[in-house]
Design a binder for this molecule. Structure first.
Ligand code: FES
Ligand code: FES
Length: 184
């Protein structure tokens, strides 16, 4: 088999579930999620790392899935917008964006939700400047950002009100995969 047609098995935890697919070495994580796993909630805009629409959480940290090869996340844990809900209910960040209407067309929204989820986990009571900086890597053509900033602050309030609830599912599952040598 030539290098161009060789496929590599990638096994990872996506939204708390072990998933596996055989892909070419150059398959992007964004394409892997959308086309190989059918998780089309992750959007692809610029495809070269500028817009942030494709942002997902890799081991809890935001990454540009359009700049990440799927083979490099073998054995890791990915959370997409489909995995942000908690116990079937919208997460604080999802609720904040809903209550404050932090979106218009919604194309950028999955990336903002993933970015804000990681941000508020690490900084649950941010200042205006910190929120601005946190979302600076996500571009929105529609909203003018004011409602997005309000939404992140509202999400922080909701998160504080609901503190004590468990983390979004999936964050603790990677250990099980790693214990098996990174393979299912
Ligand atoms: S699609 Fe990845 S940063 Fe724009
Ligand atoms: S809501 Fe349309 S690009 Fe952000």
């Amino acid at each position: 088999m030539s290098e161009g047609t060789a496929r590599h098995v990638v096994t990872l935890v996506v939204n708390g579930v072990v998933r596996e697919a055989a892909v070419p070495a150059r398959r992007l994580l964004s394409d892997f999620l959308r086309h190989d796993l059918g998780l089309t909630g992750t959007h692809v805009g610029c495809e070269h790392g500028v817009c942030g629409a494709c942002t997902v959480l890799l081991d809890g940290e935001p990454v540009r899935s359009c700049l990440t090869f799927a083979v490099t996340v073998d054995g890791h844990e990915v959370t997409t917008v489909e995995g942000l809900a908690e116990d079937g209910e919208p997460s604080p960040v999802q609720r904040g964006f809903t209550e404050c209407h932090g979106l218009q067309c919604g194309f950028c929204t999955p990336g903002f939700l993933c970015t804000a989820t990681a941000f508020l986990r690490d900084n649950p009571a941010p200042t205006d400047e910190e929120v601005l900086e946190a979302v600076a890597g996500n571009l929105c053509r529609c909203t003018g950002y004011q409602n997005i900033l309000k939404a992140v602050h509202r999400a922080a309030e909701i998160q504080a009100e609901t503190r004590g609830r468990p983390e979004p599912h999936g964050y603790g599952t990677l250990g099980g995969l790693a214990d098996r040598g990174g393979r299912a």
